[in-house]
Design a protein around this ligand. Structure first.
Ligand code: ARG
Length: 579
């Protein structure tokens, strides 16, 4: 039987590689069932397990098979498995699971290979070439709230994971910008500042406060309300004075958003070409143009009775543009879970129009990534004490200040330069904020707590950044040139703790792949946390510096540090090298 060629043997994705081997053995074992896909997953007893035997048995038992039950099918799968360097042994467990033990030698070689050729060689391969990630997406002139922060953090991580997996990602900020509120703001601006030439940032000052005052007036003053409606008409009619005021407000708003993106080092782009597309196959209902969708009692309104566009119309046009002009195969929307019905309806409308295939798993594909609320200590929607709203820039500042205070408390201001102190405070503070947001299953809410996220114990970014810095210092203390060692040194995985760490390292690629296909960043967080736990076990059981296995163990330290840094990178966290 064929031996798997060596070049293929170190792709750093054992799960996929084993699946390939089992697909060969499935074809040989049950040639009459060509459509059966191999089911390989991390094992409870072995390193991996193949779960096909039971399902296969139920398919073939009525068809006069020579096998006597699932264990026999499993045994046959083992016998037909192509010989490969990666597999040490296989055995049958329980009702017919095939347990696979990987060869420690192969595992070691795969890690050595990554050390020489880089972590990019471990990138998963996905079947999509181009994706849109629509995230953050605050609304012009309104506050950017913690919900937008969640969307920014989750969306950025999803984009990063896809980018690492060689998908071309169009990072899109679908900034909301609605007529009525602009009429109100422009009219208020003219009142506050009758000389339109002097309309500057200072005239508006704090846009959120300005917005609130304008809204108050709008709600109370009938005459003002009327003027605001007129302003919308003039704006849409192209009046230059109104257009200029609108542009100014947009600019101030965008500058505010940009500050947050800059702090968090998040890149994304606004694209509004699609706004010019006009089209639509819709029905009339009470003057509005709507799409009736099976399973929903209300129709999806795409053009309002006054001819105006709304959330659904912009989303439909943007989708059309993304599919047909930008040729994206996967369009991912990151918003709070409260918008799920909007997305369900709008996706169904697009299916009804024939833009998307009926099967929602086939490409081109759309996915709504919904997330839960950010809660305060009182278990209610998160707000700060001073104001009703949580100002994001302040929140980011506070994370940084608190982490700086903690570093100063530990005397780091005396050890480090001011710049080092500042950079570390920022990396830890923002890292903590992001990790706290990403580590739980996104569909549930989480409680915002600086104390918790900045704790150096438990599943926090601070703990993980410490773990990484500690590994770096172990390597440094050895006095060895790690880049030289990488080229010539060999890894052995004889001790159980070394082997367990090695196996976990090798499961990196399949973890990223799973996080991408399920769109769940917490899968990667969990992996990272376990990695640091496996490392701790290894380090407390196996002496590194000064031991006989020093070279091998230093290489394992280096591999762990590299994979940790790649996880940090994917989570948008800046690693630090000393803490
Ligand atoms: N602007 C919306 C909000 O603040 C989010 C937009 C999400 N993207 C989209 N294509 N609908 O909630």
């Amino acid at each position: 039987m064929a031996t798997v060629v060596a070049s293929e043997a170190f792709t750093g994705n054992p799960r996929r590689q084993l699946a390939k081997l089992f697909s060969v053995s499935l074809k040989l074992t049950v040639p009459d069932e060509p459509d059966v896909e191999p089911l390989v997953e991390p094992g409870k007893f072995g390193d991996y397990q193949c779960n096909n035997a039971m399902g296969l048995w139920s398919i073939i038992k009525g068809k006069g098979t020579e096998f006597r039950g699932p264990p026999a099918v499993g045994q046959a799968l083992i016998s037909s498995l192509p010989t490969s360097e990666m597999v040490e042994s296989c055995s049958i467990a329980g009702p017919g699971f095939v347990n696979v033990v990987l060869s420690a030698k192969w595992m070691a070689k795969s890690i050595e290979n990554m050390l020489i050729n880089g972590i990019d060689t471990w990138a998963p391969t996905l079947s999509v070439k181009r994706a849109v990630v629509d995230f953050s997406s605050p609304n012009i002139a309104k506050e950017m709230h913690v919900g937008h922060l969640r969307s920014t953090i989750i969306g950025d991580t999803i984009a990063r994971m896809l980018e690492y997996s060689n998908v071309e990602v169009l990072r899109r900020n679908h900034v909301g910008d609605w007529g009525t509120q602009f009429g109100m703001l422009i009219e208020y601006l003219f009142e506050q500042c009758p000389d339109t030439d002097s309309v500057t940032e200072t005239a508006i000052g704090d846009l959120q406060v300005f917005y609130r005052k304008a809204k108050l007036k709008f709600d109370l003053d009938q005459e003002f309300k009327e003027k605001a409606h007129q302003a919308v008409v003039r704006l849409q009619g192209g009046d230059p004075v109104y257009h200029e005021a609108w542009a100014k407000i947009c600019e101030i708003s965008r500058n505010e958003f940009a500050k947050v993106y800059q702090s968090l080092r998040v890149e994304l782009e606004e694209k509004t070409e699609w706004e010019r597309e006009t089209w639509m196959v819709v029905e009339e209902s009470e003057g509005a143009r709507v799409i009736f969708i099976d399973g929903f009692s209300i129709p999806l309104i795409v053009v309002k009775s006054d001819g105006g566009f709304n959330y659904a119309s912009t989303d439909l046009t943007a989708l059309w543009y993304r599919l047909n002009e930008e040729k994206a195969e996967w369009i991912i929307y990151v918003t709070d879970i409260g918008q799920q019905q909007h997305f369900n309806m709008f996706f169904k409308a697009a299916r009804k129009a024939g833009w998307l295939p009926d099967n929602d798993q086939t490409y081109p594909r759309v996915s709504h990534v919904g997330f839960g609320l950010v809660l305060g200590a009182d278990n209610k929607r998160f707000r700060t004490r001073a104001t009703e709203v949580v100002r994001l820039a302040d929140l980011l500042d506070e994370a940084k200040t608190r982490s700086k205070d903690a570093l100063i408390e530990r005397g780091k201001d005396k050890e480090w330069t001011l710049e080092e102190l500042d950079q570390t405070a920022e990396a830890v503070g923002y890292g903590a904020l992001k990790y706290a947001d990403l580590k739980g299953n996104r569909s549930t809410g989480y409680t915002f707590s600086f104390d918790q996220m900045l704790s150096d114990k438990g599943d926090t970014a601070v703990y993980l950044l410490y773990a990484h810095a500690r590994i770096c210092s172990i390597i440094k203390k050895s006095g060895k040139d790690i880049d030289e060692l990488k080229k010539t040194g060999k890894i052995t995985l004889d001790h159980a703790a070394e082997r367990a760490l090695g196996l976990h390292l090798l499961q990196f690629a399949e973890t990223v792949e799973e996080a991408c296909t399920t769109l769940l960043p917490n899968v990667l967080c969990k992996y990272l946390y376990y990695l640091s736990e496996e490392f701790t076990k290894f380090y407390s059981n196996c002496q590194v510096n000064g031991s006989e296995e020093e070279t091998s163990r230093l290489l394992l330290c280096e591999a762990t540090a590299i994979v940790m840094r790649q996880c940090f990178h994917l989570l948008g966290i800046t690693p630090v090298y000393k803490l």
